[in-house]
Design a protein around this ligand. Structure first.
Ligand code: SF4
Ligand code: SF4
Length: 155
């Protein structure tokens, strides 16, 4: 739905809100096309994110912030919030399906680093598709230029 007509006559500090709306919408579209994870986040609120215990920063400096993890068993930890019904990782910020980011992106675990959006390697990822579907989002299309590794990814 195009809401731009609502803003036609509205100005704030000399800025036409219609222009702001268009710029913001264009920016969001560009970011989404560059990295679809930035407007998704579904996998971070669908799967359990567990990893070898020593990936946490109390064992490995610069690792996963340990205060955001909890013990899963003698060998593995899990991101708080993902080992429960209706999971949502404690580190996920934003609104799923709209605008999200991983608040510990540089320190996220191997399981998160290894999770690829569909078609990022030229092939679908069924787990990505299933998480998106569960959140009412369409699976990614193969023609989208997905997720170069130099941009934040939600999972
Ligand atoms: S990997 Fe897939 S499910 Fe996870 S945030 Fe990216 S697009 Fe969404
Ligand atoms: S990528 Fe970040 S927000 Fe997503 S599950 Fe991993 S730590 Fe949590």
């Amino acid at each position: 739905m195009d809401l731009s007509h609502i803003f036609v006559r509205i100005y704030v500090n000399g800025l036409n809100l219609l222009s702001l709306y268009r710029i913001t919408a264009r920016k969001a579209k560009i970011m989404s096309e560059i990295n679809p994870c930035l407007s998704c986040g579904a996998c971070c609120a669908y799967y359990r994110a567990s990893f070898y215990w020593a990936e946490a920063d109390d064992a490995t400096p610069g690792g996963v912030p340990s205060h955001m993890t909890e013990k899963l068993n003698d060998f593995r930890r899990v991101m708080i919030g993902t080992n429960q019904n209706k999971p949502r990782c404690i580190a996920l910020a934003g609104e799923i399906g709209n605008a999200v980011f991983c608040s510990i992106y540089e320190n996220r675990s191997s399981v998160c680093r290894d999770f690829e959006p569909s078609w990022s390697g030229g092939r679908p990822n069924e787990r990505c598709d299933n998480a998106r579907i569960a959140w009412g989002l369409s699976p990614l299309e193969p023609n989208i230029d997905n997720a170069p590794d130099n941009l934040p990814r939600a999972a």
